[in-house]
Unconditional design. Structure first.
Length: 208
C-alpha cells in the first residue's frame, strides 16, 4: 500500500519544525513508519541548495530563487519522497509546494500560476494527501523569529509587508482547498497544536 504524504506549512515562526518532530513521534507510537524530511533539503543536493538560498550574504533574484527551490524539491521528490511512498512509508515534510506558491508566487509577486507550473514539473504532479497549515498572526511569528539565538536567514530578513503578503496567500490557498489544507491555530499551546494536527489526520490514520 502506498504511503501518505503529509506536509506542514506556515510563515516563518509559526512552529512548523516543533510540530513536525512531535507529530512524527506520535505517529510512530501508533505503529506508522514515518520519515521526517525538510525543505529545502532532505538529500545532499537539496541541502547544498538550502545553504545557498538561506545565505543572507547572497543576492538572488526572485525568479532564480523560485527555480532554486523547485530544483531542490525535484531532487528531494526523486531521491527520497517517491521511493518512500512506494515502500509504504509515510513522509512528513516540513514545507512543500505551497511554500513556493505563498513565498515566491505572492510574497515575491511572481504569480501563483507561474510558480505552480514550474513546481508541477519539478514534482511530477505529486500532491500531498493532507496539508497542515499553521496559522498565526504575522507579528507574533516575526517576534518568535527575532527571538531565536541564531541570526535571521535571507528570507527571514525580509520586510513585514513581505510576510503579510505571504500570510494572506496561505489563507487564500486554504480557502481554495479545504479538503486538503487543514488550518491549525499556531498561537495555541504546543500540546493543543499537536492534538489539532492529529485530529486533522484522523481519517488517514484510520484508513491505512
Amino acid at each position: 500500500m502506498r504511503g501518505r504524504l503529509i506536509t506542514i506549512e506556515g510563515i516563518d515562526g509559526a512552529g512548523k519544525t516543533t510540530l513536525a518532530s512531535a507529530l512524527r513521534d506520535s505517529l510512530e507510537q501508533r505503529g506508522i513508519d514515518v520519515r521526517l524530511l525538510r525543505e529545502p533539503g532532505g538529500v545532499e543536493v537539496s541541502e547544498r541548495i538550502r545553504d545557498l538560498v538561506k545565505d543572507p550574504a547572497v543576492r538572488i533574484g526572485a525568479r532564480a530563487e523560485a527555480l532554486l527551490y523547485a530544483a531542490a524539491r525535484a531532487q528531494l521528490v526523486e531521491e527520497a519522497v517517491r521511493p518512500l511512498l512506494e515502500e509504504g512509508s509515510w513522509v512528513l515534510l516540513d514545507r512543500f509546494v505551497d511554500s513556493s506558491l505563498a513565498y515566491q508566487g505572492v510574497g515575491r509577486q511572481l504569480g501563483v500560476d507561474q510558480v505552480r507550473a514550474i513546481n508541477r514539473f519539478a514534482t511530477g504532479d505529486l500532491d500531498p494527501d493532507r496539508t497542515l497549515l499553521l496559522q498565526i498572526d504575522p507579528a507574533l511569528a516575526r517576534a518568535r523569529s527575532l527571538a531565536r539565538v541564531e541570526g535571521l536567514d535571507r528570507l527571514e530578513s525580509e520586510a513585514d509587508d513581505f510576510f503579510s503578503r505571504t500570510d494572506r496567500a496561505y489563507r487564500e490557498l486554504a480557502a481554495a482547498e479545504p479538503a486538503r489544507i487543514r488550518v491549525i491555530d499556531a498561537g495555541a499551546r504546543p500540546e493543543a497544536v499537536l492534538e489539532a494536527a492529529l485530529g486533522a489526520l484522523d481519517g488517514l490514520v484510520r484508513d491505512r
